[in-house]
Write a protein that binds this ligand. Sequence first.
Ligand SMILES: [Zn+2]
Length: 359
Amino acid sequence: MVESWERGICYSRTALHVSGRVTRSIIVFLVCDLPAARKAAQLAGPTSHFYCTACHCWHRSTCGRTDIQTEDWALKDKNEVRRYAELWKNTGTSVERNKLFASHGVQWSTLWRLSYWDPSRQIVVNTMHCLLEGLAHAHFCRMPSVRICKLGHRTREVMQCIADVIKTTDTPSFLRSVPYNFGETKAGTVKADEWRTLTTVYLPIALVSLWGEGSAHRNSDIAVSRRAILDHTMDLVSAIHIVCLRSMTQDHADAYRTYMINWIRDLQVILPHARHRTNGHMALHVWDYLQLFGPVWSWWCFPYERLIGQLQRLPSNHIFGSIQISLSMIDFLRYAGMQDSKNQLSSGPTSRLQSLNIG
Ligand SMILES: [Zn+2]
């Protein structure tokens, strides 16, 4: 990749250019879940005090901060991070290296051989893992009072209502179905795409009908409590709905960030026992990557996961077929929408490179 960007690769002849062609390639971004991204880039883990790869926010106790106007939220300077990585690489002993890693959370990675490598901008936050499998799953399944994944006497009414909504709601054919017995053990693990459908369609309908305007409760305290939980939940639902849109404008991106700030700010007000997680902080940085790369549809992990699934299902006798792989790549590129679009925010290969100052 170093040579293919700095010198280019010369093809003596191609189908369209008989006199040959020079191509140049780059790695635009690294997209995966948080632990994998930190390992690939040799940065401190998401549960460490260096929980953020993008900005200067530091220490676990600050994980729930929402003061995005402060200078701590500015994206890190890649030259400063490179300096720490080179310092680690050039240090002789493992003891000294451990001290440096504890101080800066940075080790040398082969990715630093790329002259344009900029972890704060190129390690993007994957909304599939961060928001759907991370925050939505945690919000609806792990928190008491909202715990709708476990059947219990407190939530039986909620679960029945959700099951009724799933069975009776008419939805377009392109919408992925979800298990009718959602919440029961035999329904299995809810996948990321099912979380998207549940969070943006079925759960809001069910919870608003249960806890919203005109709903009946045993007393006014319960009514107030349920309404507060509903409003808090709708902040997350609204953020996920907006970030999953196929087109993105500046107003959409700003609205997404406002809803996420509201959800993080009120988390321990509504649920005092809840812990702030790195996913919440990183979800606020999705706003930065919407500015750099446009709608999440062209850079989230769904097409990559689908491609991995296709490759794993390829019939083979330990001899992989090139035709099937080519077909998979075509589907993948088509699904990822790797083309310029009419979105207001940057999208497409050219604008992505310009966003990173490497075009
Ligand atoms: Zn940050």
